[in-house]
Ligand binder design. Structure first.
Ligand code: TDX
Length: 335
């Protein structure tokens, strides 16, 4: 048996990853370290999972994290724990530096001390900055983050790589494009649009709505992460992409049409400051080295996602009744 410490395992991508691994591999024990901050939800994972242990610990709390490493022999670390919403980072950058930078430093130091076999940092395409109409980000593109969020993720990547070069630690980094799918917290575009549409509420579209993201269904992402964890070369970065570039406006129209809702729900609002124009991933490297290719095209992925939100109303209604209301007011009322 191998033991894999997953941080942020109650979050959107982390929970999808844990479900995937526990299904694929009966010889891996998962240790989920999560502080259950606002976007995490224990309901993202089933109760009574086999080969699974949970610690309510914030990665910024080094003594508590240290205890997890002392109590368990950890073989792999996969770090999902992060503050991840760009708009929140514009309002309150400090917590992004704490969690995303100080947090990973604690994890790296403890992983080094306890000689973990592989340390995988989950990063993002946003560290590369913003593209014009043409071109794609490759692993060789230099880092040029433009929001406090992406600056914190770029810092984390650089710290992680410094542990590879300085201490010979077996570090790997994956950088992925925009995820969507089941269990995504509704501050992000796609779940926000689905839920607002179901509630016949205005859909806030930033600027002219022509910004482009490359979208990937979360199960394709976790499949890519698993390949990198198993087969990636230490000290290297791997891009993961969905090969599905789309303008925000087009995504919203697609969802509204699927739900039989009027396009008049779309409300063009003030743009996000420093709004990155376009992201696109060149993921030839992971395809050539590991045979990775996304299995879900955007239509298939969106249809599955829309159905999931239709069938899991209790999950999102509970979120809407909590602090989310306050967040939504602050973020959108005067936009
Ligand atoms: O209400 C909205 N209206 C709108 O027009 C929201 C929430 C977003 N948008 C636009 C902004 C972006 O162009 O939609 C696009 C997607 O926005 P987000 O869902 O906030 O994602 P993005 O800013 O692209 O960042 C995401 O991808 C990279 C994730 O949030 C990051 O965590 C990930 O690293």
């Amino acid at each position: 048996m191998k033991t894999c410490l997953v941080t942020g395992g109650f979050g959107f991508i982390g929970s999808n990853f844990i479900r995937y691994i526990l299904k694929e591999r009966k010889d891996i024990i998962i240790i989920n370290v999560d502080d259950i901050t606002y976007a995490a939800n224990p309901k993202n994972l089933a109760d009574n999972l086999a080969n699974y242990k949970f610690y309510k610990v914030n990665i910024v709390d080094k003594p508590a994290l240290s205890k997890v490493f002392n109590d368990n022999k950890i073989d792999y670390v996969v770090n999902f724990a992060a503050e991840s919403h760009v708009d929140r980072s514009i309002m309150n950058p400090a917590v992004f530096i704490k969690t995303n930078v100080e947090g990973i430093l604690n994890l790296l130091e403890l992983s080094l001390k306890h000689s973990v076999e592989r340390f995988l940092q989950i990063s993002t395409d946003e560290v590369y900055g913003s593209l014009g109409k043409s071109g794609k980000f490759s692993e060789k593109t230099s880092l040029s983050p433009r929001s406090p969020y992406s600056a914190s993720k770029a810092s984390a990547d650089m710290l992680a790589m410094s542990f590879f070069h300085t201490y010979d630690m077996p570090v790997l980094i994956s950088r992925c494009s925009n995820n969507y799918g089941p269990y995504q917290f509704p501050e992000k575009l796609i779940p926000l649009v689905i839920i607002n549409a179901l509630n016949n509420k205005d859909i806030p579209l930033y600027g002219d709505g022509k910004n482009i993201r490359d979208w990937i269904y979360v199960l394709d992402h976790v499949n890519g992460i698993y390949s990198i964890l198993e087969h990636g070369n230490v000290g290297e970065v791997y891009n993961i992409g969905g090969d599905s570039e789309m303008e925000n406006e087009a995504i919203i129209k697609y969802i509204l049409n699927k739900l039989n809702k009027p396009l008049s729900l779309i409300k063009y609002v003030k743009d996000r400051p420093g709004h990155d124009k376009r992201y696109a991933m060149d993921f030839t490297k992971i395809t050539q080295e590991m045979g990775f290719l996304p299995e879900y095209n955007i239509e298939k992925g969106l249809d599955l996602t829309i159905n999931w939100y239709l069938n899991n109303e209790n999950w999102w209604r509970e979120i809407l009744s909590g602090n989310y209301k306050e967040y939504y007011k602050i973020m959108y009322d005067y936009r």
